[in-house]
Ligand binder design. Structure first.
Ligand code: ZN
Length: 136
């Protein structure tokens, strides 16, 4: 077994931080400890989180697009589990390019997405990778 295979088998986390249902995973996300707030803009942030139970690390991206007409801003959160190595690579790459850094999260990695489109109900579900939509 290679190191990489072993590491991916360790993903995505424990029952506390990555339960089977996306709704439960969204609730569990609140329990994650914040390790780093790398990008902290009004409508865009990128944070590094960690489970206090299993030490699994996560990348969390929040985007908001302003609804200038109705004032009901569209919001989106994406959280993906990462290995310690990926976490370190991403942290190192962020200062030069946020987009390039976020692409270090494998596109096929299961991630949790909560979308709250302007004027609609919030939806929570599984997706893959970190696909950062346009933001203000
Ligand atoms: Zn955990």
């Amino acid at each position: 077994m290679t190191e990489a295979t072993h590491d991916s088998l360790m993903l995505p986390g424990c029952a506390n931080c990555w339960p089977a249902s996306p709704e439960a995973a969204w609730d569990a996300r609140r329990e994650l400890r914040e390790l780093a707030m790398w990008v902290d803009e009004a409508h865009f942030n990128v944070r590094g989180l960690q489970c206090v139970h299993c030490s699994r690390r996560f990348i969390s991206v929040f985007t908001e697009s302003i609804d200038w007409i109705n004032g009901d801003d569209g919001q989106s959160w994406t959280t993906a589990p990462v290995t310690a190595a990926e976490f370190a690579q991403l942290e190192a790459a962020l200062p030069s390019s946020i987009d390039a850094a976020l692409r270090l999260v494998p596109a096929n990695r299961r991630s949790l997405r909560r979308d709250h489109p302007s004027g609609q109900d919030a939806q929570i579900g599984w997706t893959s990778g970190i696909d950062v939509c346009s933001h203000d």
